[in-house]
Design a protein around this ligand. Structure first.
Ligand code: KG4
Ligand code: ZN
Length: 354
């Protein structure tokens, strides 16, 4: 008998994603984004995102099936992001997933969005070693995690951000610098022409008495905003490229320094860097050189799978199906602020199917 094909649906923010995974292999996926509709507001507008998901859900699933050369009848299970995320946006994806699961008569799994960011790496680089260190850096989260069996074991948080996430810092500072939304990619582009040593931005929580694995980015954001204000108040043009390069250097330095230290101190040989900010060129480069120097294997998903997509949700669903996890009841609900404890968000998944 062939392995089950899992459809994954993602709708926690402004991307509607559908992906199809079988046995750790990505068969096809498609993403629609409402990013352009939010650009003039400088951030995601929840109502606009939710409405865009309603329009995109069915076409995106059809596009993913076409990409995989499959049809509806080939789907054996459905996985969906049930949290965390924008509640209206999550509701649309969960309603769509329930509709597909019920209509096709296949099991449904509720998945934690951040576990999806972790699992997506398996589609490119194969199963995750047990244990591995994971640095999650997205628009809303920054965490250093010790991961064992993603489908079965609880996820251990070594450290989290005390305030802003790394992506949030990029997005907010970009706005102050007059760069377009979304800020992260704009800072990355602007930084190419700049000097990363031009502005001595702080490296938060890297002192000898600081929590070794916790992060903080709001002070760095304020320092960058103050630097921009000082230039404007003095009537000088803002050297945006230098500011962007220096900000990016500070973020990449803190993230990779702590992640590599965590690997060394816990005797873990593999670091996995995931989430939207893992698309940042300096974060990737510095992680590569520091891991190489410390003899640590580095895994970073390809750029197209770093930002939100459906393949990441299907990847978790595929792991849960293969681990024999119990599916979610059809009345499973969303959890917009779900903490990352297990990859599956419905507690029943922790009971192994007979
Ligand atoms: O993981 P993601 O797509 O969505 C969330 O789950 O939050 O991450 C989005 C975040 C945004 O803050 C965006 O600015 C940031 O990832 N990002 C980047 C880059 N590409 C996306 N940040 C820095 N450099 C990039 N190249
Ligand atoms: Zn995400």
């Amino acid at each position: 008998m062939r392995s089950p094909v899992v459809l994954g649906i993602e709708s926690s923010c402004d991307e509607t994603g559908a992906g199809l995974v079988r046995d750790g292999e990505l068969l096809g996926h498609a993403v629609a984004s409402s990013m352009d509709e939010h650009a003039r507001f400088g951030g995601v507008v929840p109502e606009i995102a939710a409405r865009a998901h309603v329009h995109a859900a069915a076409p995106v699933v059809r596009a993913a099936l076409a990409d995989a050369g499959l049809s509806m009848g080939d789907i054996d299970a459905v996985a969906v992001t049930t949290g965390p995320g924008l509640s209206g946006a999550l509701q649309v994806g969960v309603a769509a997933a329930k509709g597909f699961a019920y209509a096709l008569g296949v099991p449904l799994y509720g998945v934690h969005h951040l576990a999806g960011h972790v699992a997506v790496d398996t589609l490119e680089h194969g199963p995750l070693p047990d244990p591995c260190m994971v640095l999650i850096v997205s628009g809303g989260h920054t965490s250093l995690l010790l991961v064992r069996d993603l489908a079965r074991d609880p996820i251990v948080h070594l450290g989290d951000t005390l305030d802003d996430a790394a992506g949030e810092c990029f997005d907010k500072v970009a706005r102050v610098f007059g760069l377009p939304y979304p800020g992260g990619p704009a800072v990355d582009r602007a930084a190419r022409e700049g000097d990363p040593r031009a502005v001595p931005f702080p490296r938060p929580l890297t002192g000898p008495r600081d929590d070794r694995y916790a992060f903080s980015f709001s002070g760095l954001k304020t320092a960058a905003a103050r630097w921009a204000e000082q230039h404007r108040a003095a009537g000088r043009p803002l050297p945006v490229a230098d500011g962007a390069a220096s900000l990016q250097e500070a973020v990449a330095d803190v993230l990779t320094r702590k992640a590599v230290a965590a690997c060394v101190e816990h005797g873990v040989g593999t670091l996995v860097v995931v989430g939207g900010v893992a698309a940042n060129s300096r974060v990737r480069e510095l992680a590569r050189s520091r891991c190489a120097a410390a003899g640590i294997e580095l895994r970073v998903p390809p750029m197209r799978l770093c930002t939100d997509n459906g393949a990441m949700v299907a990847a978790v669903g595929d792991l849960l199906v293969r681990a024999g996890a119990e599916p979610a009841p059809l009345d499973v609900s969303i959890d917009p602020s779900a903490p990352l404890e297990y990859a599956a968000l419905h507690p029943r998944a922790r009971v192994r199917a007979a």
